[in-house]
Design a binder for this molecule. Structure first.
Ligand code: NAD
Length: 252
């Protein structure tokens, strides 16, 4: 198992779902973890879960889609820990689902702002610090929606396809700085995000399970394990990949 002792990991969207599961696993592998979330209380409740690891952890509230907030958060982590070794961009939204012809610009813009622009701003701000400290690892959350086109999830699918390409561009551009950039593309996982879509009647998990070659949904831990591996030195020659963690959902 790739240990992360002494590393500082910043997890956006760390207050819930995949971000929370990843924060917990990275701390168990020895990292000091900073949880960033729009919901500061949720970020704090994640760091309470991490206390037993014996490391120093930090909860921050902030908005990845706003430049000032991204700059403030990055500065706060550097002030506290002096470096950022791992960035996991798990903050994301998937609200709404409507025929593209019935959508409006505000809906499109909200999702692009958080999922795509938020990932871009975080990558840029944190990579500046990684360049100065000699390198690091950046991990983005793409999705099966970035691999196959999901009808009526227009902005979400487009944002995730773009996050995958952002990952490749930055991997190529920042390799000389010792910064690896990878993404995972999870299938449907039960989290607050998917529970909300189900409650709105916009997601049918039973139908998804029937379509899945494995006949099962993945778990947040499945995704966290992939991210922890990519964050570790065991993955030192892996950069620019988008790793599906979907039980073969997108292979046919
Ligand atoms: P979630 O809703 O459980 O957690 C997302 C967290 O991000 C929340 O705590 C939310 O407060 C935070 N957040 C939202 N906007 C933010 C902002 N502007 N700034 C800071 N924090 C913000 O969702 P999840 O299921 O854990 O999803 C995490 C990531 O994984 C997302 O990018 C999502 O698109 C992606 N993903 C999820 C699934 C799935 O099935 N759950 C599948 C593929 C990809």
């Amino acid at each position: 198992v790739g240990r992360l002792d002494g590393r500082v990991a910043l997890v956006t969207g760390g207050g819930s779902g995949l971000g929370r599961a990843t924060a917990v696993l990275l701390a168990r592998r020895g990292a000091r973890v900073v949880c960033l979330d729009l919901a500061g209380d949720a970020a704090r409740s994640t760091t309470l879960l991490l206390e037993s690891s014996g490391q120093d952890h930090l909860a921050l509230s902030g908005n990845v889609a706003r430049q000032e907030s991204v700059d403030e958060v990055t500065a706060a982590v550097i002030e506290r820990f002096g470096r950022i070794d791992v960035l996991v961009n798990s903050a994301g939204i998937a609200e709404g689902k409507a025929a593209t012809l019935d959508q409006d610009l505000a809906h499109w813009q909200r999702i692009i702002d958080v999922n795509l622009t938020g990932s871009y701003l975080m990558c840029q701000a944190v990579a500046r610090t990684m360049r100065d400290t000699g390198g690091g690892v950046i991990l983005n959350l793409s999705s099966i929606a970035g691999v196959i086109g999901l009808p009526r999830r227009t902005a979400y699918s487009a944002s995730k396809g773009a996050v995958s390409m952002l990952t490749k561009v930055l991997a190529a551009e920042w390799a000389p700085y010792g910064i690896r950039v990878n993404a995972v593309a999870p299938g449907y996982i039960r989290t607050a995000m998917t529970e909300r879509l189900m409650a709105e009647g916009r997601l049918d998990l039973e139908a998804i399970i029937r379509r899945s070659p494995t006949g099962a949904l993945g778990t947040a831990d499945n995704v966290a394990e992939a991210l922890a591996f990519l964050a570790s030195d065991q993955a030192r020659f892996i950069t620019g990949v988008v790793l599906p963690v979907d039980g073969a959902y997108t292979v046919y």
